[in-house]
Design a protein around this ligand. Structure first.
Ligand SMILES: NC(=O)c1ccc[n+]([C@@H]2O[C@H](COP(=O)([O-])OP(=O)(O)OC[C@H]3O[C@@H](n4cnc5c(N)ncnc54)[C@H](OP(=O)(O)O)[C@@H]3O)[C@@H](O)[C@H]2O)c1
Length: 275
């Protein structure tokens, strides 16, 4: 199939993970462009992967069939201003990964009539194990839908949401989720160390257990709830630990994810106020 030329504007953690994931999956490097303000990141990408790099955003836009906007929400408006004219000439499919920036804002800032996909990816895209939620505006054609999906599928799995507000929920689940699991592993590791296990052993066991649990859950036909019950023998040690988790965790997880969704809404409101 004819691969589209994809330009990533803003090559920080998220875009860097996607670009590395795409190259690892065999995406032709000559079809990938990356721009950034600081050039050290770009030089690294050019040296290691051989993709096109430039600190001139307009040069990248001029080459793009697909434009991935991956700057922080607060600088998105200024970026859109800078590239607007060129985008209107080129009319690429726009994919924005920024939290809090609505499709309507992007359409106001870049000009009407553009096909816009809002994406909420995550950094495990780096190793092909990403999880992304996508939303499309009314201008996205069936062919563009497939392009957006295949780009994300190359670095992991994809779901679509029909309601744009659900992108904030995806952000609180899989967008931020890797950090939650890192934190949980960190705490388990620390506790095992406090209980006497050496640091390296605790680290390896915590990480491998997270991988094993996730892989088992993905490959098994049982739900995570059933799998949990299978590990929990009556009167056993797991039951004791789970009783403690069950007393505290439901409320903690609920509060944490609500806080993330709330923050996404605040970002949107702050940006709307500036308009
Ligand atoms: N990190 C995640 O796990 C994750 C997950 C889902 C979505 N997101 C979204 O992804 C976006 C980027 O997040 P991030 O964590 O990757 O942030 P980041 O590491 O700070 O990356 C943003 C990059 O954009 C560059 N940049 C800023 N203004 C620019 C401009 N005008 N032209 C070209 N490049 C510019 C920055 O360069 P300088 O450093 O030189 O300013 C920086 O390298 C955010 O909108 C975030 O909401 C992130």
């Amino acid at each position: 199939v004819d691969k589209k030329t994809i330009a990533f504007i803003g090559c920080g953690n998220m875009a860097g993970s996607m670009i590395r994931g795409l190259v690892a999956d065999g995406y032709p490097k000559e079809k990938l462009w990356a721009t950034n303000r600081q050039t050290d990141r770009l030089n690294e990408l050019a040296d290691q992967l051989g993709v096109h790099v430039t600190s001139d955003n307009l040069e990248a836009v001029l080459n793009a069939d697909v434009l991935v906007l991956a700057v922080k929400p607060k600088v998105m408006r200024q970026l859109c201003n800078e590239i607007k004219e060129t985008v209107q000439k080129q009319k690429p499919l726009i994919i924005s990964v920024a939290i809090g920036v609505s499709a309507e804002m992007l359409s106001n800032w870049l000009g009407e009539g553009l096909a816009i996909v809002r994406s909420m990816p995550n950094t495990p895209s780096l190793i092909g194990a990403g999880a992304a939620g996508l939303f499309e505006n009314a201008e996205v054609s069936a062919a563009e839908h497939d392009v957006a999906e295949s780009i994300h599928r190359a670095v992991g799995m994809v779901i679509w949401v029909k309601q744009e507000s659900l992108i904030d929920v995806v952000a609180s689940l899989s967008g931020s989720g890797p950090a939650y699991f890192f934190y949980f592993m960190e705490l388990m590791e620390k506790t095992a160390c406090n209980l006497g296990l050496d640091g390296e052993a605790a680290n390896l066991l915590a990480l491998q257990t997270a991988l094993g649990a996730s892989k088992l859950a993905i490959e098994s036909s049982d739900s995570v709830e059933v799998l949990r019950r299978k590990v929990t023998s009556p009167k056993g040690t797991t039951e004791q630990a789970l009783a403690v988790f069950q007393a505290y965790l439901p409320e903690v997880v609920e509060k944490a994810m609500h806080a993330a969704v709330k923050r996404a809404g605040q970002l949107t409101n702050d940006l709307a106020k500036e308009e």
